[in-house]
Design a protein around this ligand. Structure first.
Ligand code: FAD
Length: 511
């Protein structure tokens, strides 16, 4: 009888539950570096991060006394089958994957390759709320709203509380955190890392593979941290230089300032290099010690204790069928300029895509108000856009993508996550960014050659979905604005929209 522990590539934490179920002398650990994953064409920086972080974790495990094998293979199935036979593994422990399709894929591999070991799933301990706890909270509530879940999380984990009341007497400081960027706004320099020996070797390995598999993104410069020590430095740097300023410009977008005051911790926390409660408690304690504005402190805690846990909880609560949602009947394919990471001709889109190409990162408002806003207005098919996001973002995993892209970004779930679609015209982008300054399109124009595609498509979107939204409590006002447009102008708007070859959403069948 021999126990094996398979550590998946987003479970790189010495305290993860499968490792915690054994002592180092009682089990053999395995990790797999499978080229098969390249068939999904991930951004090359995402792949460098994943493989390098795994290799670093192998070294960390060995230092802790574990016997570890890193299998460099084409696929997982055969490599793990041979490994089980070689070491006579009879039980294979795996921590429950956060992503639903991964568990299904592992179960399929076990059957297909006739694994000798019995699979034993250990409950995932990388989130503060387990799927079962979330289900209990959701109970029979008609509407699941992040705000109420977040308040429950504040109480449950005693974060920014004074007894039963929120610190400062308010739960939410969002209204103070939506400032437009003034001219010349600059955030603090983030901390980046020079690739070490291990990362350099991975970059070398991916040199040939990138062209072979046609992976998007720039390989150089690669400046992400790749182990827990670096991830802790990123957290420390955030607390020292960015936490106090996190709130006010959280929604701002500025050219050549891709990170502003954002934390940049999502790639690390999603791989297990940082633990959610340690991050939240450290930010809370240090923020209070440093006397940072409560709006900033609450703002970042809301993202981690609120949004992050909420999206994970919803993903499991809604179940596998959620991926089939397409409430707005969007049918357009992903435009070529998204696939090529540039070439749209729109200042905002090309700026965000250029930054994405360079690092695999874009901040929340760039993702929501530029990329998925475009997808929503242009009617891009939800799962095609989700797959695009999943491939191109450094921090992308199925559990976080589905709810963010399908629910928050595209409103394809018909409002199960967000009460109204985040549809915005070019005027919003002009207000919250400096992208329009050098753009050839005019965000105030809604038809004609120089009309901003966001503005054109915004009105076209409302016209396409007028029936659905006419009685919607939070959209009815916009439909009334639409109906005040002169019919001749509306026709011109719709003709301009029809001229965008990349935006062919198909006609919705509204009842
Ligand atoms: C269309 C779309 C796609 C997204 N895809 C991803 C993704 O693939 N991976 C991912 O981790 N996040 C995703 N997000 C959520 C959010 O945009 C990123 O977590 C954030 O931009 C990461 O950068 P940061 O670490 O600097 O975050 P900050 O803005 O500094 O926020 C701090 C942390 O809060 C958490 N967080 C904030 N908002 C969310 C959210 N809506 N859902 C989940 N966690 C959140 C993250 O862990 C993040 O690191 C997506 C959002 C949208 C609208």
């Amino acid at each position: 009888m021999a126990v094996g522990i398979w550590v998946l590539n987003d479970q790189l934490d010495l305290l993860q539950a499968a490792l915690g179920s054994c002592r180092p002398k009682d089990a053999r650990v395995v990790l797999v570096e499978a080229e098969a994953t390249l068939r999904q064409k991930p951004h090359v920086q995402k792949q460098i991060l994943f493989w390098s972080a795994q290799r670093h974790f192998v070294e960390e495990l060995r230092l802790q006394g574990w016997t570890v094998d890193l299998l460099e293979a084409d696929g997982h199935g055969e490599a793990l089958s041979t490994w089980q036979k070689d070491y006579n593994i009879t039980e294979l422990r795996v921590m429950e994957p956060a992503d639903r399709p991964i568990r299904q894929a592992i179960e399929r591999l076990s059957t297909k390759f006739g694994w000798t070991a019995e699979l034993n799933w250990i409950a995932n301990n990388h989130f503060l709320w387990s799927a079962a706890e979330f289900r209990e909270w959701a109970g029979s509530k008609k509407q699941l709203r992040m705000e109420f879940f977040y308040r429950e999380g504040r109480r449950r984990f005693d974060v920014l509380m004074e007894g039963d009341e929120p610190l400062g007497g308010r739960w939410n400081f969002d209204q103070e955190n939506r400032k437009s960027p003034p001219r010349g706004l600059k955030g603090p320099e983030p901390i980046w890392f020079v690739p070490d020996r291990i990362t350099t070797a991975v970059i070398g390995k991916l040199e040939k593979l990138q062209s072979l598999h046609d992976l998007p993104g720039n390989r150089h410069p690669f400046n992400w941290g790749t182990n827990r020590d670096a991830a802790l430095q990123v957290l420390e740097n955030f607390i020292k230089t960015r936490l106090a300023g996190f709130g006010p410009y959280q929604d701002a977008m500025v050219s050549e300032q891709p990170t502003l005051w954002h934390t940049l911790i999502s790639p690390y926390i999603n791989l297990g290099l940082l633990r959610p409660l340690e991050v939240i408690k450290t930010i809370e304690r240090r923020g209070l010690e440093q006397d940072v504005p409560l709006a900033s402190l609450e703002g970042v805690i809301r993202q981690l204790l609120g949004w992050r846990e909420f999206t994970y909880g919803l993903y499991h609560h809604f179940g596998a069928d959620y991926t089939a949602n397409n409430a707005l009947e969007a049918r357009a394919p992903v435009p070529q300029f998204l696939q090529e990471l540039g070439g749209s001709g729109m200042g905002c889109v090309d700026t965000v895509l250029g930054e994405l190409k360079a690092s695999g990162y874009a901040h929340h408002i760039q993702r929501l108000m530029v990329l998925t806003n475009l997808g929503l207005l242009a009617g891009i098919e939800p799962q095609s856009l989700t797959a695009w996001f999943k491939a191109h973002f450094i921090d992308a995993h199925d559990w976080v993508m589905q709810t963010n892209v399908v629910g928050m970004g595209l409103w394809a779930d018909g409002g199960r996550l967000g009460s109204k679609p985040y549809a915005a015209s070019g005027r919003y982008i002009k207000k919250m960014s400096n992208y329009c300054k050098t753009c050839r399109f005019d965000p105030t124009k809604r038809s004609g050659d120089d009309a901003c595609p966001f503005t054109v498509l915004y009105w076209d979107f409302l016209a396409r979905h007028a029936e659905r939204f006419r009685t919607h409590p939070r959209m009815a006002l916009m439909i009334r604005q639409l109906e005040r447009i002169d019919p001749g102008e509306l026709q011109a708007i719709r003709a301009t929209a029809a001229g965008f070859e990349w935006a062919k959403p198909g006609q919705p069948q509204c009842s």
